[in-house]
Design a protein. Structure first.
Length: 134
């Protein structure tokens, strides 16, 4: 399923020069007025070096602004540009379209069961990786 998800998202984002991870970061930045780079890294499932590369790419594409963090001169505060906001909306729409496509395979009762199983798995993994202690 993940293989088809990534293919679907990449196909939807390729016309704007994006990919799944790029869209993921852009939507996370859009959710906040301003966000520190280290906070963004904590929200993502990727390594810090990957985050740095993606943020640089988003900046080069004029999708985000980067300013030096006055509390940590080595860090950045990120915010979204108008172009970035428009692009993030396209990313969110692609995810909504995926959800609609995927849900066509299941009945409403099966979707409820699947959501419960995903939540149970998520909570188990969160505990396993001790993220509930952060």
């Amino acid at each position: 399923i993940k293989k088809y998800f990534f293919r679907f998202i990449d196909e939807r984002l390729s016309p704007i020069g994006g990919s799944g991870p790029l869209g993921f970061y852009l939507v996370e930045i859009k959710k906040h007025d301003k966000i520190k780079m280290n906070q963004l890294v904590d929200l993502t499932p990727y390594h810090k070096s990957h985050s740095t590369r993606i943020v640089s790419r988003l900046f080069d594409m004029n999708l985000i602004n980067k300013e030096t963090d006055p509390e940590d001169m080595r860090g950045y505060i990120l915010s979204i540009t108008e172009k970035g906001r428009e692009t993030a909306i396209l990313v969110e729409k692609a995810h909504e379209d995926w959800d609609k496509l995927e849900s066509q395979a299941l009945t409403k009762d099966e979707i409820i069961i699947l959501n419960k199983l995903n939540e149970k798995t998520y909570l188990f993994l969160k505990k396993h990786f001790e993220e509930d202690k952060k």
